[in-house]
Write a new protein. Sequence first.
Length: 62
Amino acid sequence: MDQDRQETNELDAWLMPFLSVIGRKTRRTWAPLYLRGLLGPGDRKSLQPTAARLGLPGHDQL
């Protein structure tokens, strides 16, 4: 679990400069989760399976 947390922290640090130029707050909020879904395990990378893997109630936010 510590490795997962470290990878999340590294991704957040890498993503920070990009988030600062994204205009809308909702995009800044959901972009890290969306990227974790794309980079994480799972064969299907569409929004519904990604939201399910991330434990989100739905995919509308992504």
